[in-house]
Design a protein around this ligand. Structure first.
Ligand code: SF4
Length: 256
């Protein structure tokens, strides 16, 4: 009997008899002793609830994903524009193991929480879109969920707040400094890093627009940008390493 049938059968039996009698009858129907029948009930209910949880999480993650047709700040912060190109071309529906999806879902829910007075601010500048997690008293807040809090903020996270600063400033909201709040979804520890900008708005704006143009052009011509030469950490972490050819090169090097 599959788990929905076990649950249906159990519900019918519970509507006709007390739980111990219903359980004994179910055990007879399943051809098992009572202990094994209890274990089948446990597994059936667990499968039912977890599959519903998975469906609900997948739905929330789909609703929260950034619009693919627009160029977003998050497309431009990773060091490799080739990665951004593949993300736009081969975006996959959210699939994965329940613990991974749960981690992502906690991130989505964290972002729905208002921490600073201005929250989830939708911005656009020069065809670049972004959603700022929080802004208050000229401070920009960026939230990150992780499974290990880094000793220092990741460079692409710092770049992300620099890019958001440009979008905020261009919309008339000055930014004195930013804060990145990491939340570890494994052990629920948190850490806050203040980010004092060492580049001017103009300098960052120039870089942002240049990268946007490069990505836009690559997408229009349907030609991936060149791979990045000096960022092995990014390639090791990249889900397009096979497509890009990096993985094959890495495996070849490991053989020699
Ligand atoms: S493997 Fe490296 S070079 Fe290739 S797309 Fe990914 S990050 Fe870019």
């Amino acid at each position: 009997m599959r788990y929905p049938e076990v649950i249906d059968k159990l519900k019918i039996l519970l509507s006709q008899a007390k739980p111990d009698v219903a359980l004994a009858q179910l055990a007879v129907d399943l051809g098992l002793d009572t202990q094994k029948a209890l274990s089948v009930i446990q597994k059936s209910v667990e499968s039912y609830v977890k599959s519903r949880l998975l469906q609900a999480i997948t739905r929330d993650l789909e609703e929260a994903k950034p619009p693919l047709e627009k160029i977003n700040v998050t497309d431009l912060v990773f060091p490799c524009l080739r990665h951004a190109f593949y993300s736009k071309k081969f975006f996959e529906e959210k699939r994965g193991r329940l613990p991974d999806l749960l981690g992502m879902w906690i991130g989505v829910k964290l972002h729905e929480t208002r921490i600073f007075s201005s929250h989830e601010i939708e911005l656009e500048y020069n065809g670049i879109f972004g959603r700022v997690d929080g802004y208050e008293d000229e401070i920009l807040l960026e939230l990150k969920t992780t499974r290990a809090i880094p000793p220092e903020p990741y460079p692409h996270h710092v770049k992300q707040v620099e890019y958001y600063r440009v979008l905020l400033e261009k919309s008339g909201r000055p930014v004195k400094f930013a804060v990145i709040l990491y939340v570890n979804v494994n052990d629920l520890t948190t850490k806050v890093f203040p980010i004092l900008f060492d580049r001017s708005v103009e300098e960052v704006e120039e870089e942002l627009i240049k990268r946007k143009k490069e990505l836009e052009e690559a997408l229009q011509k349907d030609i991936p940008p060149p791979p990045i030469p000096d960022e092995p950490w990014a390639c090791d972490y990249c889900r397009f390493a096979y497509l890009c050819g990096y993985q094959a090169i890495k495996e070849e090097k490991a053989k020699n």
